[in-house]
Structure formats: C-alpha cells, structure tokens
Design a protein around this ligand. Structure first.
Ligand SMILES: [Mg+2]
Length: 166
C-alpha cells in the first residue's frame, strides 16, 4: 500500500517555529544545498515502513525527482515514488481529467495522501481520493498521520477500499 506526501508546508516547512530534522552531511556532500525536513519525518516514515507502507512524494513543485530523492536519502529515507509537477501534468493528460485537479494521487495507487491544503482535500472529495490535511504548525502531526494510516490499513484489510492505479 502506498501513502503519498505533499512537500511544501507538509514535509518542508520554513517557518522558524517548526523544528527541523538535524543531519550532518559527510564532507563529499558539502556542496549539496538541501532544504530542511520537518522534525518527525524520519520517525513517521520509519514507522510507516515498519507497518508495511510504501512511501511516495506527490508535489506540484518543479523540484527534480533526482533532487527530491537525494534530499530524503541524506536522511536515510528511501522513496518508492516521486511525482513532481512535470509528472503530474502527464498524468492529467493521460487520464483526461476534465477540471484538472492540482493533484491526483489515486492515479499512482496512493491509498492516502497527506497535504496541508484544504483545496486538495476538496479535490479528493470530488475525484475520490483520500486526503489527510495536516497543519504545518500541528505538533502532533506525526501521530495523526500514523493513526489515519492505520485506519486506512484496517479498511483495506476489510476489503472495502480500492484505488484505481494507472
Ligand atoms: Mg503544500
């Protein structure tokens, strides 16, 4: 089962009040200008993996897949899938979605998408994909994601939830 995450204001938060994951880059990566990941990302991803989830990023930013992969890799985190704006536009064209939602995570097999945007949640209601909205300032964000992921896993176990993967 795949869970997808938004990047901006969900996992990458620039607000000074939001704690960041600390890392020390090895000398051969000092050139790499990376953005900080929100504190709790490592715990959330590690727990989700241990519970059998695959993890993907679904962002409408233009960051390259290579950069995103590396950003998580330096924190020891592996991603199973990356959808950026470029990839998303191809998905929308392929599926010929009439009103062009800004995200369409069900098309890549995502059972749960995590985002800070209420607009994405509304799109999810319309296009039938599940969205958990997390406020960037919510200090219990990780627990909420894990709780929701367990709820979804339980629904899937009962065979009453399906996604249409492309
Ligand atoms: Mg966002």
């Amino acid at each position: 089962m795949l869970i997808t995450f938004d990047l901006d204001d969900t996992l990458i938060c620039w607000q000074p009040a939001i704690p960041k994951e600390h890392i020390t880059l090895p000398w051969y990566l000092w050139w790499f200008k990376y953005e900080p990941l929100r504190k709790g990302t490592i715990h959330t991803f590690t727990t989700l993996r241990a519970e059998g989830w695959k993890i993907g990023i679904y962002t409408t930013s233009n960051r390259s897949e290579h950069y995103i992969e590396r950003l998580f890799k330096i924190h020891g985190l592996k991603l199973d899938l990356i959808v950026n704006q470029y990839h998303h536009e191809k998905i929308i064209k392929k599926h010929r979605i009439p009103d062009k939602p800004s995200k369409f995570p069900c098309s890549v097999g995502s059972y749960l998408h995590v985002d800070d945007s209420l607009g994405v949640q509304m799109e999810g209601e319309k296009h039938l994909f599940r969205v958990l909205v997390i406020d960037p300032l919510d200090q219990y964000w990780s627990e909420k994601i894990l709780e929701e992921a367990r709820k979804v896993a339980e629904i899937v176990r009962k065979n009453s939830y399906e996604v249409v993967a492309a």
